[in-house]
Design a protein around this ligand. Structure first.
Ligand SMILES: NC(=O)C1=CN([C@@H]2O[C@H](COP(=O)(O)OP(=O)(O)OC[C@H]3O[C@@H](n4cnc5c(N)ncnc54)[C@H](OP(=O)(O)O)[C@@H]3O)[C@@H](O)[C@H]2O)C=CC1
Ligand SMILES: CC(C)=CCC[C@@H](C)[C@H]1CC=C2C3=C(CC[C@@]21C)[C@@]1(C)CC[C@H](O)C(C)(C)[C@@H]1CC3
Length: 418
């Protein structure tokens, strides 16, 4: 997502036009991927097999299913939580409170789905409904962000995201005006970031696995690996839910169309692309190769989790014995920067681990098609852009100390390469 800027002297700025183009391009890309994944040639860069008419996109049954899903996840969010965490300090010096019950929501959803399947719920039918479901999710994201934009017009300036008041309605609609839109204690951004989309993603994967079992007698090893790896990723995100309170999305970004669409539609319907591809293009995979892929995923997860935990532990309590011995750089703000451990290896070790896992998720799909590698390509672009945005913010925040950190840790994501 681009830096927020106001309109230029001659109407829409370049950034606004770029953001508006993305608003059309991203849903179109999602539909393209959904169509191509089930087509014979599965060519990422070729034309879609056909252009879907409204009858292929619109289904009242999909709408009902989607609204039921949102309602269920909202109800699980409102259940009593094992812990209530405090977010980062806001502009007006207040802090917000967040329920930590995401993992509980995942377990309860799994229980309900298991009971449903045992009672005859045809979960595998989801595999045939992805297109209309993605369409209603996009529609909901659009209507929802419109309502959020209107709500933000009444919000005090202190509640707006940094730059959320660019004065350009298109830009503000897309990137979001309000930082933490809430009704009562229900926090929309926090809810959307971790619940309906992420849990929806593993549910879609499971439906694709069941559909494969129906078609071929049993799920393939490749399908098991993709399901297992991505379940681990989502389970970990929900287990470590509190850690999301220090990510850029929560502390800095407004909640507009980009994030609402990303959370509700893009994540479940494009992050499940490998499982979609495998359903229609079964791939042979032997145990030796599967073991190597598991090892790659384990290495990625180890780096991702190690780096994120080290930073979160340090930010919560720098004298925690697990991080107290690490070398640091003091900054004028009173906060310190880690310069040894994971954060002394590269400046974004968590991105490195995430990218290694992305590779492991694509490898079970073989190397005959580029399509299953879409996630790796998109994710590399997203993280390079994100890292650039984060570094500009850190330079502004920490000034000379950040320059010193960059000098001592010269590589951004991949040691000796980038
Ligand atoms: N699967 C997906 O689609 C996506 C996954 N992700 C993942 O989400 C996670 C969070 O990413 P993101 O929010 O972008 O960024 P980070 O969690 O990396 O947070 C960046 C912040 O960390 C702090 N920081 C940076 N360097 C240091 C240091 N040396 N010592 C101490 N603190 C430091 C700074 O904030 P401060 O100093 O203020 O604490 C900086 O702004 C990552 O693991 C990423 O891979 C992200 C995007 C998409
Ligand atoms: C192309 C497009 C629509 C971009 C929007 C970006 C969003 C899809 C991502 C922005 C940051 C994200 C994070 C996760 C999912 C993707 C989005 C929403 C995340 C919840 C995935 C699980 C991780 O463990 C995480 C909790 C660290 C992560 C946080 C950031």
């Amino acid at each position: 997502m681009a830096q927020r800027r106001g309109p230029g002297p001659r109407g829409l700025s370049r950034e606004t036009r770029g953001a508006a183009a993305l608003m059309l391009l991203l849903p179109a890309t999602m539909v393209h991927l959904l169509l191509v994944a089930r087509s014979g040639p599965a060519r990422l860069l070729g034309p879609p097999p056909y252009l879907p008419g409204l009858e292929a996109l619109w289904s009242p049954r999909a709408l009902l299913l989607w609204l039921t899903w949102l309602g269920l996840q909202a109800a699980l969010y409102l259940l009593p939580a094992r812990k209530v965490a405090e977010g980062q300090e806001l502009k007006d010096k207040s802090t917000l409170r967040y329920p930590i019950n995401g993992f509980q929501a995942l377990v309860l959803t799994a229980l309900l789905v298991t009971l449903g399947v045992l009672a005859g719920l045809p979960l595998e039918e989801l595999a045939e409904m992805l297109l209309p479901l993605a369409f209603v999710a996009t529609l909901t994201a659009f209507i929802f962000s419109l309502l959020l934009y209107l709500k933000a017009l009444l919000a005090p300036t202190s509640a707006l995201a940094p730059g959320g008041n660019s004065g350009n309605p298109i830009y503000d609609f897309i990137l979001g005006r309000e930082l933490n839109p809430r009704i009562g204690s229900f926090d929309f951004k926090y809810f959307c970031e971790l619940r309906p989309g992420l849990i929806g993603w593993v549910l879609i994967n499971l439906a694709l696995l069941m559909k494969e079992a129906e078609l071929r007698g049993s799920p393939s090893l490749a399908m098991w690996l993709v399901n297992g790896f991505q379940l681990l990723y989502v389970g970990d995100a929900l287990w470590q839910e509190e850690a999301i309170l220090t990510t850029m999305d929560i502390t800095h970004d407004g909640f507009g169309f980009m994030l609402a669409f990303g959370d509700l539609a893009w994540v479940p319907f494009t992050y499940s692309l490998q499982a979609q591809f495998l359903l229609y293009h079964p791939q042979p995979l032997g145990w030796p190769m599967a073991s190597v892929i598991c090892l790659i995923n384990a290495v990625g997860f180890y780096i991702f989790r190690g780096a994120n935990t080290q930073k979160n532990t340090f930010r919560k309590n720098p004298s925690d014995p697990r991080v107290a011995d690490l070398e640091t750089i003091p900054t004028a703000t009173g906060r310190q920067l880690l310069v040894s451990g994971w954060w002394g290896m590269v400046r974004h070790p968590n991105y490195l681990g995430d990218l290694i896992m992305a590779l492991a998720w694509s490898l079970p799909c073989g190397t005959s098609h580029l399509l299953p590698y879409f996630y790796l390509l998109y994710f590399t672009a997203l993280l390079v852009h994100r890292e650039d945005r984060d570094e500009r913010q850190c330079l502004q925040k920490y000034g000379l100390a950040w320059r010193d950190y960059c000098r001592r840790v010269p590589y951004r994501i991949v040691p000796y390469i980038y």
